[in-house]
Design a binder for this molecule. Sequence first.
Ligand SMILES: Cc1cc2nc3c(=O)[nH]c(=O)nc-3n(C[C@H](O)[C@H](O)[C@H](O)COP(=O)(O)OP(=O)(O)OC[C@H]3O[C@@H](n4cnc5c(N)ncnc54)[C@H](O)[C@@H]3O)c2cc1C
Length: 358
Amino acid sequence: MSENKYDFDYLIVGQGVGGSVLAWNLMERGHRVLVLDDPSLPSSSMVAAGIFNPLTGRKLVRTWMADELFPVAQNFYKRLEDRLSASFHHSMSFVRPYRSLEEQNAYMAQSAEPHIAPYIGPSMDTATLLPYIHAPYGGLPIIHSGWVDLPVFLEASRRFWQEQGLFRDECFQVQDLAFNESGVSWKGLSFRKAILCQGALAMENDYFNWLPFTPVKGEILEIETEQNIKPYLINQGIFFLPLDRHRLKVGATYSWDPLNWETTMEARKELEDKIRPIFTAPFQTVNQKAGIRPSVRDRRPLVGMHPELPQLGIFNGLGTKGVTLAPYFANNFVEHLEYGKELNPLVNIKRYFSLYFR
Ligand SMILES: Cc1cc2nc3c(=O)[nH]c(=O)nc-3n(C[C@H](O)[C@H](O)[C@H](O)COP(=O)(O)OP(=O)(O)OC[C@H]3O[C@@H](n4cnc5c(N)ncnc54)[C@H](O)[C@@H]3O)c2cc1C
């Protein structure tokens, strides 16, 4: 709770999925939070498909910490749907068409392994169920997957905070922060702590640009078809996410040069070339978006307080999996900040302090 000497307990800079989930975790525990975001700046969360998938990669690898992360994420988004009277958490099974009989055999054998088995659904007749997908060998059903409609979640959160006077639509400049022994101030307001949640734009921030971000650009298409689409996610190198009966999101690309937020003809062609062998119905591309994933050298989030400024923290490095990582690690961070619980060392930015002091 706020002690009277502060206007707010926390200043949260950035209202992507990282800043929003962290702000909710603080507010739900009774802390007073001011959230700051400049909607004219690019945001990876507004581009992302929002998919959560427990088994990824060609080798069917269980997502890092899936057993811990997924229940916390589901619980969080469901709770917020009730609170905001909005619908954005959509459970949806994945189907992974087998590329060959060998792959079918390998996946079937893997499916029995105890760490994979809980995520495999009952077998299905892919040809009848998904006539628009090329799957001559059938497909592996994956459960406990789905997607979060991030723009809906973010806009509902923003509206809620705006109504309570807990949101500012402003561009944050580091020189507007001033530190004192017990807190931090920004534009005449005082806070116990400020936490920066700027996604890939954190690389431009002098306080944390020493962290080893390895940002990755990604592009995504929206396609339309006259075919009736069933509510199943498809994954075979690229994903197909049904938005309604005739529209799907398809993605994503991975590129590094140039690292900007512009859509490109190359990415559109790359995705359309990958769509055609899998998606057999005629389609039209109706939209394209590009974003920058805030990835990190060791592929783990960046959470914790600045090495020399105990009032300034960061919640970032959500990489390709912001939807599932944010709820679990926001909770871990708040318990650390407020109750002194240890921050998971694999995400704590202390692992990189040697880069700051060198
Ligand atoms: C093509 C693509 C597909 C993806 N698909 C998925 C997916 O299916 N599932 C998944 O989990 N993840 C996916 N991701 C990754 C996901 O987008 C990120 O993990 C997540 O959005 C990162 O959230 P963030 O809040 O850290 O950053 P962002 O979403 O970028 O948010 C940062 C916010 O900070 C604000 N900000 C920054 N600087 C300032 C400033 N100076 N003043 C005011 N505001 C500021 C920005 O305006 C922005 O709103 C995808 C990414 C891409 C590019």
